[in-house]
Design a protein around this ligand. Structure first.
Ligand code: SUG
Length: 441
């Protein structure tokens, strides 16, 4: 049966800004307080989606979430009109207002963990929205993500939705950023790698954002076969140096895994387990990079491992890289070595995603991978699948509604509330999503 890996990219929302909300994510810390350009951010993301469509790959669009999340502020006891509440919170606690305005749902890799039907015991695609409890601004995403995924993948014969895990640090779940699927073909049983922190060896400076209990719960919920699922521990020293998700230090697709030598605890043993569990005649290629070849700081600065690996329709794979890899000598050399090595990689394409990168979100952060059979692809909501007319419409929509510049101080502007809602209201018509947002009900 024909199967596809569909990338669903988070469309950047109209309130994209730099608020320095994520300790442990060096880029977010570095750029907090600087002005952003929501318009450039959205166009950069859309251009990447279009480029993948042009490569012949199915590409989906996930709408932004409604911000400001005034429902949180009301829950915290603020009263009055939305504009009054925003003015008051800006005066009293601007950090809280920034959380409610964050466009962080754009990093769709963190939105959910998704297992392919070929890997689950009931043959359905399983979804668990991430609770993202490690950060307030991100924890606000879980509910909207759950609603959206249930709406896009509604057919219960093909799709199974689980609730987000309990909103507690012990179950901290950051979605697919810590999930890698290796498989000989999209439609064949694959190997699921669940990467998480090891509470016996916690990092010293920054938190491990994926807990082992969460990963184990997902393994059970998704009916994954034990012998095809590996729980692997992140190297706490790498977390302390800024590797806040596994997708900052490794990327895997089908039978190719790119990984820095400092990604995992006891990495030689972890890689040996991966090779043993692979169990297929198709060769598995693991390209490991030493710290001498690619210092961890360069891996983080260039975001090489946050590239997307995709299969081209005419065979071979392409690496979808952030342009920062072009200006980083060790990353450039690493790409050259990959292109000349014995592995399926054939092409590299560079993208300007600077707006997202400044908040620590590269190409792979922006997408959620969903492996679908032909039948499942037809069964999902078609309005979010990118084609030429939708690409044109979205580009014009961004130009009509998005500001060119936004500073943290602009968040107090009451006009931004309605501006964002008007934009999203129109978007639900473009994507044929009905009344997706609470403010539309
Ligand atoms: O959760 N940044 C996001 C970036 C997420 C990247 N995703 C993956 N690696 N998959 C985060 O740290 C910064 C927001 C701010 O500072 O304004 C932020 O939330």
């Amino acid at each position: 049966m024909l199967s596809f890996e569909v990338n669903f990219d988070g469309l950047v929302g109209p309130t994209h800004n730099y608020a320095g909300l994520a300790p442990g994510n060096l880029a977010s810390q570095l750029h907090g307080g600087q002005p952003s350009s929501p318009r450039d951010a959205a166009l950069q993301g859309l251009d990447k989606m279009w480029a993948l469509h042009e490569l012949g790959l199915p590409q989906g669009v996930l709408p932004p979430q409604a911000r400001p999340a005034t429902e949180l502020l009301r829950r915290l006891g603020f009263v009055g009109s939305d504009a009054e509440i925003v003015a008051r919170v800006h005066a009293e606690d601007p950090g809280l207002l920034a959380c409610c305005y964050s466009a962080s749902a754009m990093w769709a890799a963190n939105s959910a963990t998704v297992s392919a039907g070929a890997d689950t015991r009931d043959g359905r695609v399983h979804f668990t929205p991430a609770n993202l409890v490690s950060h307030l601004h991100r924890s606000l995403e879980a509910e909207g993500t759950s609603r959206l995924l249930r709406q896009l993948f509604a057919d219960a014969d093909h799709f199974c939705h689980h609730p987000a895990l309990p909103a507690l640090a012990a179950f901290s779940d950051e979605g697919a950023a810590n999930h890698t699927r290796l498989a000989p073909e999209h439609g064949l049983r694959g190997l699921t790698l669940l990467v998480c922190g090891d509470e016996r060896h916690p990092p010293k400076r920054f938190p491990a954002r994926q807990s082992a209990q969460a990963s184990r719960a997902i393994q059970r919920q998704h009916l994954l076969h034990d012998k095809n699922t590996l729980l692997l521990y992140q190297n706490p020293e790498a977390i302390d140096q800024g590797v806040f998700h596994n997708d900052v230090i490794a990327v895997g697709h089908r039978n190719l895994l790119l990984i820095h030598e400092q990604a995992l605890m006891d990495q030689p043993a972890a890689l040996a387990r991966i090779r043993e569990s692979w169990g297929d005649d198709t060769p598995l290629y693991i390209e490991q990079f030493s710290n001498a070849e690619l210092p961890l700081s360069d891996a983080i600065a260039s975001y090489l491992f946050n590239s997307q690996l995709v299969s081209l329709p005419d065979g071979g794979m392409a690496l979808i890289c952030p342009q920062e890899c072009r200006n980083n000598e060790p990353a450039k050399a690493a790409i050259k070595r990959l292109l000349h090595g014995d592995n399926p990689l054939r092409r590299v394409k560079f993208f300007d995603l600077r707006q997202s990168m400044r908040n620590g979100g590269g190409p792979a952060c922006l997408r959620l991978r969903v492996v679908l059979s032909e039948e499942q692809l037809v069964a999902m909501h078609q309005g979010v699948l990118l084609d030429a007319p939708l690409y044109e419409q979205l580009g014009a929509w961004i130009m009509r509604h998005y500001r060119d510049r936004l500073t943290p101080d602009d968040l107090r502007d009451p006009a931004l509330i309605n501006e964002s809602r008007t934009a999203l209201d129109e978007l639900t018509r473009i994507l044929q999503l009905g009344s997706l947002y609470e403010f539309q009900r």
